[in-house]
Design a protein around this ligand. Sequence first.
Ligand code: 6PG
Length: 242
Amino acid sequence: MTFQVFKDIGEVSLAAARLFAVLASERANPTFNVVLSGGNTPRRLLGLLGSSPHVENIPWRNVHLFFGDERCVPANDPESNYGMVRHELLSRAPIPEENVHPIDGSAEPKAAAERYAEEIRDFFKGRSSGLFDLVLLGLGEDCHTLSLFEGTAALEAPAGRLVVENYVEKLSKWRVTMTPELVNSASVVAFLVSGSSKAKALKQALAKEGDVRAAGKCPARAIRPESGVLHWLVDKDSAALV
Ligand code: 6PG
C-alpha cells in the first residue's frame, strides 16, 4: 500500500492522471482495462486525461473503460455516472465507442447487474483474477465506496458475484455496483480523497486491522486487493485526522 498526501484536489488529480498514463503505456498490450467511479472527485482527473499532454499520449484505442457503480437513472440524467464521464472525458478523448462499457441505468437493477456481470465475463473470457489493470475509487463522508453502503446487501454478496443490484435505504434508491471481490482482484486500486468533510471517513478507512472502535462501520475497508497494489491519493484537508 502507498499513502500520499497532496496540497489539494488539483494535485491529487495530477498524480492520478500520471498513474493512469504510466499504467496505460505499460499495459496497453493488448488492452488497458480501467474501472471509473462516479461522484465529483474524479471530474478534475477526467478533465486532465482529456487534455494535453495526456490526451495525445495515452493509447486510447487500447483503453477500455468500465464503471464501478451506477445510479438507476438514464444516461442523460445529471445523476448518471456514465453521463458525467461522457461529459468530462469521452467528449474530449479519442476513445472508440466500443471501448466504453456503461452499466445500463435505465434497466431494472437486477437485470442491469446480471447483464453487466455477463459483459465483464465475456470481455475477460474466463479469466478469474487480475481482470482490471486499474480501479479508481472515491470515498463518501459515511465511508462508502462505489455503491457499497453500510448495512447493504452488496457487502454480503455471495462469493463469485461480480456485480449486484443494491438497495440503499438511506437514499431510498437502487444502485448497481461491483462487489468488493471483483475490485479486490484488480492489479492496482487507487482511492482519490479530497476535502475536510472526508477526514473522519479516511481515518476510519485506514484504522489498523482489528481496531474495531477506530474503524467504525466503514464499507471502504472491504477494499483490500488480494495481490494488487492499493494507493491512497489524498489531499491534506482529508488527511487532517490521519
Ligand atoms: C458514486 C460513487 C461514490 C463516490 C463517493 C464520493 O457513484 O456516487 O461511485 O462511491 O465515489 O460517493 O463521491 P464524491 O467524490 O462526490 O465525494
